[in-house]
Design a protein around this ligand. Sequence first.
Ligand code: SF4
Length: 483
Amino acid sequence: MALRTGEEYIASIEALDLEANVLGQPSGDLAAHPLVRPSLRAVAVTYDGAHDEELAPLFRVHSPLIDGEVNRFTHLHQSKDDLVNKVLMQRHCGNRTACCFQRCVGLDAANAVYSVTYECDQARGSDYHGRFRDYWAWVQRQDLVVDGAMTDPKGDRGKRPSEQADPDLYLRVVDHRPDGIVVRGAKFHQTGMLNSHEILVMPTLALRAGEEDWAVCFALPADAPGLRYVLGRQASDTRKLEGDPIDVGNPTFGGQEVLTVLDDVFVPTERVFLDSEVEWSGPLVERFAAYHRQSYGGCKVGVGDVLIGATALIAQMNGVARASHVRDKIVEMIHLNETLFACGLACSARGQATEAGNYLVDLLLANVCKLNVTRFPYELARLATDVAGGLLGTLPAARELDDPELGPYVRKYLAAAGGWDPLERVKVLRLIENLVAGAGAVAYLVESMHGAGSPMAQRIMIGRQAGLDQKIELAKQILGIGY
Ligand code: SF4
């Protein structure tokens, strides 16, 4: 199949006719739902990039798996350049959408599953890697969106899966059949699930002997029987139901998070990529997390560019763009944003080939990248709020500007510097609000904190990867002590 366009992608999701609960009710036509449609349009940007002549070198790449051209969002990285280009592509998509464009999770999951299944087969004599290669070649040829599903509900975090009052709080195998397995459980935080053709499920933590039922990795079509979906709420999301795109802040695009329930779902053998190999759950979690921590060095930077631009624009509209403290705050925002980008590039440039042949990012630097992401977007949001001023929290609704009686007063007192129309000033303020306190803050702030693992997970990995003993030796050598 030729690479799909954004329009063809949207038509393919509409044809899936998925069902979900939205705001406590069956959604009806899900793809057309005002809470879902903006997120569908954001994913479409990842398809349209492949048809833009200027962007083609970034979005189109040769895949040795099918010996053909694929969208980079389905590519198995073949070099350090591929890793770098992934980050550049994500920054571009963040620039275009100012939100989460959702398609990276499946890409990161695929690269992790590809190398882990290879190594598992080498050690165990299993045949998972061949199955995954066949599956992913099909994904590439069909140019699909795959939801990467990792986070289990976890219940009592102080207990292992087998110690939970309800063993389903970690997704598990409940039955083995001659032709496949039956799984039960749920996955939280499923970014873009309702905009995906497929779901690729992975374990949520490093498992131990005795926890074999939970060591499972597999893929399913998004419309498989037994899959149930509940759309997550986002701050100010019902503004999307009010019919005024200005108050939404981001008039075209948005993200999507979903609670996904797997209610005794059958998975055929050819779609099972781990089943009871507890020792491979840890590497799978670690590699997926590392790829997605790298991803944030692209996507969050792209969104940060938009926030910086909106902040500089509102400073002009407020007539304070030349004030030295405002200029300094904007430079600080740029510095923080480019630091994140540098981390995303650095962990890519220091990537290495896995035994399976695809490339993995540098684990230490990917974790440094993400740990910075847990902080810097919050500081960018604080600085944007500072520069934008208190109107960010007190602005009347956009439709007030058209009120026959009070509209003239609202327009008069929202007068902007530099000849800007008051409505344009409202639009910029609403975009900043969207990113620092509205629906866009789900991806830009909460996800920056917890997506791809919470800060403590990165600290643990940094502690493990940093080679502290070697640093102690360096200090001892300089001082000539301890020998
Ligand atoms: Fe992609 Fe960023 Fe969204 Fe993750 S949070 S899916 S990396 S856009």
